[in-house]
Design a protein around this ligand. Structure first.
Ligand code: NAD
Length: 400
């Protein structure tokens, strides 16, 4: 049987609807009042409410969606931007309307591929001129980590919303500047935390939030891969801001927070390095870190550029557990809990992310797990503290 593009879109919509239905059915079963009463009954679960709020609906759009779309310029046409651009072809609410690159040949190729008019294309010297371009609502910054600070601040000053890749910046001081610049310009700042919209991840968050796992005791996050080319920007402190922790370990930091549902209050960390040539001063190869949460829950995490097959989250509660493996790769994510296999559908992460981010920017929707600049800033504060803990050997107190 021949499956047309239209059929595929309808199937995808039905899958999305299934996720939404599951969320709604669960919400109906546990009415909001019951849910809030349960939360209020337990002081330990209060951080769930303050950190993540009550569940909002998943914002999903039918194939026939005709409403407003978020018009996005992509900045930094490298590997990840290529993935985002391809995924955005299936978006209902977000579309690519502009390009920012320092390489004219890339602009030429991307213009042809994505049908972008020349007047919506910029380079790193003149992209401030997006302020006069009514075809662009937001700029998605997908450049090396150390450039996010300058790029996001210039986007904000041009009066456009900023979506910024992770890590939002290379330290909390820079992150705070970006949050302040966006607040001053009255534009939104969102971080490209695609896992915050991923259906299996959200099912575990739902189970934990609704008490199905009981009081959370422990989280384990293992994040890493063996990095190749020693000359890439990821191994250059000036552009990367650090090493594996900035790039991949951040998933364990962020995951610990949304899986446990609390903000950590302390961190300890230990660093090891087996290759001082590839991993120069300030570029971490492997870091183990531990987080302590107000309830007494603990997290134990590994961040590395020196091991493959390392993409696992494990959450342990008094009444159950959840395991995701792979947990943060491009998917499909796989997972199981004490109740069985997770069966939520795989949806291309960046398609879902950009449709959801359009809803956040255009309709002020509140995501189940936040993706705003303050969320990015909290992760940067933890990163700063982990590096400090490695350098001093001392436990660092956290105030997020
Ligand atoms: P990349 O090297 O493939 O692309 C980076 C782009 O930035 C290139 O097009 C490059 O030309 C451009 N650039 C602009 N100024 C530059 C400069 N001074 N030096 C070097 N490059 C410059 O990298 P990538 O993998 O696309 O990563 C870009 C960002 O996206 C990083 O912040 C990374 O952490 C993030 N990322 C996120 C995910 C995710 O799953 N959310 C995945 C991969 C990368």
């Amino acid at each position: 049987m021949l499956i047309t593009l239209r059929d595929k879109k309808t199937i995808r919509w039905q899958l999305l609807l299934t996720v939404q239905k599951q969320t709604i059915i669960t919400m109906m079963k546990n009415s909001r009042r019951d849910f809030l009463q349960k939360l209020a009954a337990s002081a330990m679960t209060m951080p769930v409410l303050s950190s993540y709020g009550a569940f909002s609906k998943l914002d999903l759009y039918p194939p026939s969606y005709q409403g407003p779309t978020l018009r996005v310029a992509l900045m930094g046409l490298g590997g990840y931007a290529s993935r985002v651009a391809a995924a955005m072809q299936d978006c209902k609410r977000a579309k690519i309307t502009g390009l920012i690159s320092g390489t004219p040949s890339k602009i030429k190729d991307w213009r042809a591929k994505y049908d972008i008019p020349e007047k919506n294309c910029y380079n790193y010297e003149n992209f401030d001129n997006v302020k006069d371009n009514p075809d662009i609502d937001a700029v998605y910054v997908i450049t090396p980590n150390a450039l996010h600070h300058e790029h996001v601040i210039r986007v904000a000053q041009a009066g456009k919303h900023a979506i910024c890749e992770k890590p939002m910046a290379i330290n909390a001081k820079e992150g705070q500047d970006m949050v302040d610049a966006c607040a001053k310009a009255n534009v939104k700042l969102l971080v490209g935390y695609r896992m915050h919209f991923e259906p299996k991840t959200l099912e575990v968050v739902r189970m934990r939030t609704e008490g199905e796992l009981g009081n959370i005791k422990f989280f384990q996050g293992l994040c890493g891969f063996r990095i190749g080319d020693p000359n890439q920007w990821r191994l250059d402190k000036a552009l990367a801001g650090g090493g594996a922790l900035m790039d991949i370990g951040i998933y364990a930091i962020n995951g610990a927070r949304y899986m446990v549902g609390e903000e950590p209050v302390w961190v300890t960390a230990q660093e090891t390095k087996t290759d001082n040539v590839k991993f120069k001063e300030g570029v971490d190869e492997t870091i183990l870190f531990q987080l302590g949460f107000p309830s007494g829950a603990l997290a134990s995490c590994l961040s590395t550029y020196n091991m493959n097959y390392l993409d696992r989250f494990f959450l342990n509660g008094e009444n159950g557990f959840a395991e995701l493996q792979p947990s943060t790769g491009y998917g499909p994510i796989k997972g199981r809990t004490n109740k069985g296999e997770l069966s939520q559908p795989h949806i291309t992460h960046q398609t879902l992310q950009m449709d959801e981010m359009a809803g956040i920017i255009l309709d002020d929707n509140k995501p189940i797990v936040p993706v705003d600049g303050l969320e990015g800033l909290k992760d940067l504060k933890i990163i700063d503290a982990i590096y400090q803990a490695c350098a001093t050997g001392n436990r660092q107190e956290l105030q997020l």
